[in-house]
Design a protein around this ligand. Structure first.
Ligand code: NDP
Length: 331
């Protein structure tokens, strides 16, 4: 069995990842690490996890530990990843990978040097819906993609209205949500972002200066232009992705979510058809791909390089919205 250590007594671990690991059948959660002994112990008790630690090195020495899942707040990802890699543990890390590209590069290099797998938990590329959209595009069903739209404005749940709204290093909605959109678009389009233009709002739900709403245009290296909208403060907005090509349009409704839901329509000459999707838990798929990569079978769903590219584009969008300048990404 793969032995997992959870680093962070977090909401995402609580809501999705403990279950995703346990659903593998050949994996177990051995311990949880929290900076707060009482929080860690309560988490362990709630989920029937045998051990909790406040010291990461002690947890990494737990017998049978093979992999860590890091879901602490963003500023901690880099140091904890490097510490785990040095201890020879494979690392599945939450997004955003780090706060800067330099730190992200250190994580990717550190894991490569230690010979451990680094995966990033960009969940959306694990959705059957997004997989289907990608398949349709690759099969030429809409011709050459020309334009896209990502609708990812929602209502930040009450229990998540903490550090995302007041810690500058959280990066606001840009590092929280836009970073997922970039990863998803790279996955769907098989293309790389080249330029970003963006405007943002702040100060309603977030502290002034920290983005709560973002509208961006990404120019991809295949010529596609994509509009992206993210928000923490849009309670009645619908989510979706539209990709418009030379021969047709795909509209995926309700797919920018953690849940395995949503519908897809394909419109071409002659009308629209619904495309069937067999949904499966996104996080179960993420852990499955990661464990396969640990066994030398392929790559994690999102690699360290994917995490770095999503972060680079998110930092470019942050710069673009703050400077009111179009930002070009390094090649
Ligand atoms: P949480 O705020 O729930 O957890 C982050 C850290 O905050 C925990 O590690 C914990 O620290 C501390 N914490 C948890 N509860 C409390 C509390 N009641 N009081 C004080 N501190 C607390 O964050 P999320 O789970 O929302 O996000 C964690 C990471 O996961 C982020 O990097 C985020 O971007 C990412 N994320 C990814 C998602 C995805 O679908 N891929 C979805 C949601 C988040 P300690 O470990 O010390 O106990």
């Amino acid at each position: 069995k793969t032995g997992w250590i959870l680093v962070g007594a977090s909401t995402v671990a609580r809501e999705w990842m403990v279950d995703a690991i346990r659903q593998q059948g050949d994996a177990e959660v051995l311990a949880v690490v929290s900076r707060d002994a009482a929080r860690g112990a309560a988490f362990a008790e709630q989920f029937g996890i045998a051990a909790s630690y406040t010291d990461l090195d002690a947890a990494l020495a737990h017998p049978g530990a093979d992999a860590v899942y890091i879901s602490t707040t963003n500023e901690l990802h880099m140091a904890q990843t490097l510490q785990a890699a040095r201890a020879g543990k494979h690392v599945l890390c939450e997004k955003p990978l780090a706060l800067s590209l330099e730190d992200a590069r250190r994580m990717v290099d550190g894991c490569a040097e230690a010979g451990v797998v680094l995966g990033i938990n960009h969940h959306l590329r694990n959705a059957a819906s997004h997989g289907k959209v990608r398949e349709l595009i690759r099969a030429g069903e809409i011709g050459q993609p020309l334009y896209g739209r990502v609708l990812h404005a929602n209502n930040l749940p009450q229990h998540l209205r903490g550090w995302r709204l007041d810690a500058p290093e959280s990066g606001g909605v840009t590092l929280d949500m836009f970073v997922h959109d970039v990863d998803t678009l790279r996955f769907l389009l098989d293309a790389e972002p080249r330029h970003v233009t963006a405007c943002a709002t702040s100060g309603g739900m977030t502290v002034a200066g920290l983005e709560e709403g973002l509208m961006a245009v990404i120019e991809f290296d295949n010529g596609a232009l994509v509009q992206v909208h993210d928000a923490f403060n849009a309670p009645h907005s619908l989510s979706g992705v539209e990709i418009i090509g030379t021969k047709g349009t795909i509209f995926a409704t309700g797919v920018m979510t953690q849940r395995p839901v949503g519908t897809i329509s394909l419109t071409r000459d002659g009308g629209s058809i619904d495309i069937p999707v067999e949904h499966e838990n996104l996080y179960v798929r993420s852990v499955r791909a990661f464990q396969r990569a640990m066994r030398g079978e392929g790559q994690p769903a999102a690699t360290g390089d994917d995490g770095m590219r999503a972060l680079a584009t998110a930092l470019a969008a942050q710069q673009a919205s703050r400077s009111h300048q179009r930002v070009t990404l390094a090649g």
